[in-house]
Every structure is written in C-alpha cells, then in structure tokens.
Design a protein around this ligand. Structure first.
Ligand SMILES: Nc1ncnc2c1ncn2[C@@H]1O[C@H](COP(=O)(O)OP(=O)(O)OP(=O)(O)O)[C@@H](O)[C@H]1O
Length: 290
C-alpha cells in the first residue's frame, strides 16, 4: 500500500538574497540551503534557530510568497511555485500565517470583525448575515466575545489582538498555519494561554502548524517534531520532543541553555538538566497557574 501523501513537502529548497545599498554591495546571503522536510496532517513542526538562521524566510517559502531559486514546495500535492495557478489559488486558502506583531498585522482603521471577514470575502460567497454569524463563532472559538467584532485594534490587549489574528487565520478552516514567532512578543502568562489555545484549535480543527520560534520552551509546549536551523541549513532534527535532551549541535545546546527553568529548585546548571527543564517547563507553568 502506498504511503499517505504528506500535507507539506519541501525538496532541496534553496533561497538566497543579494544585499542592497552602498554598505552591502554584492554580498550574497544564503538564507535557506538545500532544505528538505515534510509535515503530516495534524502535526506541528517546531522550527528553531538563532536570529538570522533563515527561519522566517523558510516560513515565507512554505507560504508560497518567497520563490526559492531551486527546489520544490508541495502543499496538498500542488507545487506552490509551479504552473497550475488555479490549483495554487485553490490550496492557498488552506495555508495561513500568524505573525509575531499582531498590531502591524491588522489595519488599525478596521474593526476586528472586518479584519476577520477579509479572507471570507476573498474566498467565500457568504452573505452579510452569514459573515456576521461566522465572525461571532470565530471570536468565540478563540476565547473572545462576538461583540468584540466591533472593536478597533487599539481597544485590545496584545494577547486579545493575537486571538483576533488567530481567528482571521482559521476563518477559512486552513490545513496548515505558519506561526512565525506568534507568541514571542507576549508575556509568559499570555504566551501560555495562546499556546493552549493553539493546541486546542489544532485538535478541534485538524490543523498542522509550522511553529517558528527561538524559544525552545514554547516550542516544546506545542511541537511534535523539531528542526534546528543554523546559517540557512537544518543542522539537527528530532522526530519526537521526548528526545529534546539528546540535542547535540552547538546551536541546539545554546538554545537549550537559553531556557531558564521556571523554578529555582530546577536550576541545577547542566545542559542536560536544562534540557529536562525545557521539556517540563510547560507543566511547571500550568501547575503554578501561569
Ligand atoms: N528581503 C531580504 N533581503 C535581503 N536579505 C534578507 C531578506 N530577508 C532575509 N534576509 C536575510 O536572510 C537571512 C535569514 O533571515 P531570516 O529573517 O529568514 O532569519 P530568521 O532566522 O527568521 O531571523 P529572526 O529570528 O531574527 O527573525 C538574514 O541574514 C537576513 O538578513
């Protein structure tokens, strides 16, 4: 029997940029170098690495908005940079994104309801009443009230506005969401709430995530698998987060070292102890109500 087709598959993807301006003339930056990966239905891949390692570029490549020089990106079997534009448009609605900065992700002059409705207007033929009802349901799904549809971005807290952005991202019931540092600008309490929300929505709506972050503790909370990036390449992979203590690449170890255990009694100081703490940090946060 043939193996099930992965939801997302990258084959040998490479992307570089040429530095512009008088200070960077001709300098070539290899943002992604021969990256291959695949992702199944309802899976969450954590993509970690230090700043500039190419995570966000890879996220844009996966979203179909940053054409690589070489390699192929298949989503639901469709080559996102191929010739079949109709098929690409069809699968694009199943591919959404949530960015770090929720305030710049929405139009400050548009109500939350109008922002959430945008994808519905582009891709569906819902009438006004149906849109109103759908927006209300989406707001409830992300833990807000239907009346919040009439509020403007400045009337929300950062965590609430990120919920609005998540409501917009799930409005078309996508199959895959790229979460690009989606919780990084939030304080730890709100981070935990949004991670729990994302976890719940993944179950309820059968979605997959590519979760881009530099914070291994947040990734450990949500991801099933891990890819560590350095200088445009994937330098280490984990097929299960249970093995987080087995990471060996210097970048992985540095990321583990950057995870401070939440409680003083767990600060034993070795990389292995910190790895264990990274794995359990979500439980600690939960048990202490944060
Ligand atoms: N549009 C662009 N033009 C030129 N260089 C770019 C462009 N986008 C990204 N780069 C460069 O590509 C490299 C990878 O950047 P990218 O934003 O993908 O890294 P990152 O791992 O997401 O970093 P961070 O965690 O800081 O967001 C960097 O050296 C960056 O300067």
């Amino acid at each position: 029997m043939a193996a099930a087709q992965p939801l997302l598959e990258l084959r040998d993807v490479s992307k570089h940029f040429h530095g512009g301006g008088i200070f960077k003339q001709g300098r070539k930056v290899q943002a992604n170098k021969q990256i291959s990966l695949s992702l199944g239905v309802r899976e969450c891949l954590g993509l970690v690495g230090e700043s500039g390692s190419g995570k966000s570029t890879l996220g844009r490549v996966i979203l179909g908005i940053e054409k690589p020089e070489s390699g192929e990106v298949f989503f639901q079997g469709v080559n996102l940079y191929g010739k079949d534009k109709a098929a690409i448009r069809q699968v694009r609605r199943d591919l959404q994104v949530v960015f770090q900065d929720c305030f710049s992700s929405v139009n400050p002059r548009m109500t939350a309801g109008a922002s959430i409705s945008e994808p519905l207007e582009n891709y569906t033929r819902l009438n006004y009443r149906e849109q109103l009802r759908t927006v209300g349901e989406l707001l409830e799904l992300v833990g807000l009230n239907p009346e919040d549809a009439y509020k403007y971005p400045h009337q929300f807290s950062g965590g609430q506005l990120q919920r609005v952005c998540i409501a917009r991202a799930i409005s078309l019931r996508p199959k895959l969401i790229v979460l690009d540092e989606a919780v990084s600008s939030l304080d730890v309490v709100v981070q935990k709430q949004i991670l729990d929300l994302l976890s719940k929505l993944r179950e309820e709506l059968d979605m997959s995530y590519v979760f881009i972050s530099h914070d291994l503790s947040a990734v450990a909370h949500l991801a099933d698998r891990l890819a560590v990036m350095c200088a445009g390449e994937i330098v280490e992979r984990l097929d299960t987060m249970e093995d987080i203590h087995c990471l060996t690449h210097p970048v992985s170890v540095a990321l583990l070292d950057a995870v401070l255990p939440a409680l003083p009694e767990n600060r034993a100081g070795t990389v292995c102890d910190i790895a264990a703490a990274a794995k359990t940090i979500g439980e600690e946060r939960s048990s202490h109500g944060i």
